[in-house]
Design a protein around this ligand. Structure first.
Ligand code: 13P
Length: 249
């Protein structure tokens, strides 16, 4: 049985006071459920968020990290630093990191290795741009992103990998991929995992969808058999909306 996961990617939003307020709101909405709930505040607020949510079933995760253990990498944060404050899951490969910070598949492969070496869980993001979709090239793009960054791993590593399909054209645009488009892509991803690693791995990896998931469309998207959760941007900044999505399973 695959885990159902709803993760809020706060991106570069919320200062300390706003973080505390949103967490207070989240605590009010939080209730016991089988869906794993996570939030990814900015680096500066991770510790505060972690302390605040110690007794709640809301995991605090990071939006990014560097691949090196430490050293002369001004402005960067390592996996062991995240672990030292209680963060053990990290988002890697978000399309905004790829587009604005030139993160390549090769770099992401190193980051994935560094996170797994620290026993962290990785939410690995990928997805095609609008031009790829228009050219009906989305499967090739996604296949390459996954192969280049992950297919050097052995099967056991996938115990700590979650996948997040986020078509770039659906992020922050209000335009959601249709539930059928999402299902088709998730089934395709499972197929390439099965070809490389076998059915057990393919059936056990949770695949999340991200891109304009809102309370009014979450249920339909999550009802698809190969959709195991969501990575939520804008709607995760409102506690009521975020939990309406998390409770959509
Ligand atoms: P939106 O939900 O704002 O479209 O963002 C999705 C996303 O990028 C989550 O990582």
């Amino acid at each position: 049985m695959r885990k159902h996961i709803v993760a809020g990617n706060w991106k570069m939003n919320n200062d300390l006071a706003q973080t505390e307020r949103l967490i207070a709101d989240l605590k009010k909405q939080s209730k016991t459920s089988d869906t794993e709930v996570m939030i990814a505040p900015t680096f500066t607020n991770l510790w505060q968020a972690f302390q605040n949510l110690r007794d709640y079933k809301i995991e605090v995760i990071a939006q990014n990290m560097h691949y090196a253990e430490n050293g002369a990498f001004t402005g960067e944060i390592s996996a062991s630093m995240l672990k030292s404050i209680g963060v053990s899951t990290v988002i890697l490969g978000h399309s905004e990191r790829r587009a604005y910070f030139n993160e390549t598949d090769d770099l992401l492969a190193k980051k994935v290795d560094a996170a797994l070496a620290e026993n962290m869980r990785v939410i690995f993001c990928f997805g095609e741009e609008l031009a790829d979709r228009k050219a009906e090239n989305q499967e090739t793009v996604v296949e390459n992103q996954i192969k280049n960054a992950l297919f050097h791993l052995d099967a056991d590593a996938f115990n700590n990998i979650l996948l997040a399909y986020e078509p770039v054209w659906a992020i922050g645009t209000g335009e959601t991929a249709s539930p059928e488009q999402v299902q088709d892509m998730h089934a395709f991803i499972r197929q390439i995992l099965e070809t490389k690693y076998g059915k057990n791995v393919a059936d056990s990896v949770s695949i999340l969808y991200g891109g304009s998931v809102k309370p009014n469309n979450a249920k339909e998207i999550f009802s698809k058999p190969d959709v195991d959760g969501g990575l939520i941007g804008g709607a995760s900044l409102n506690a009521e909306d975020f939990f309406a999505i998390a409770n959509a399973f």
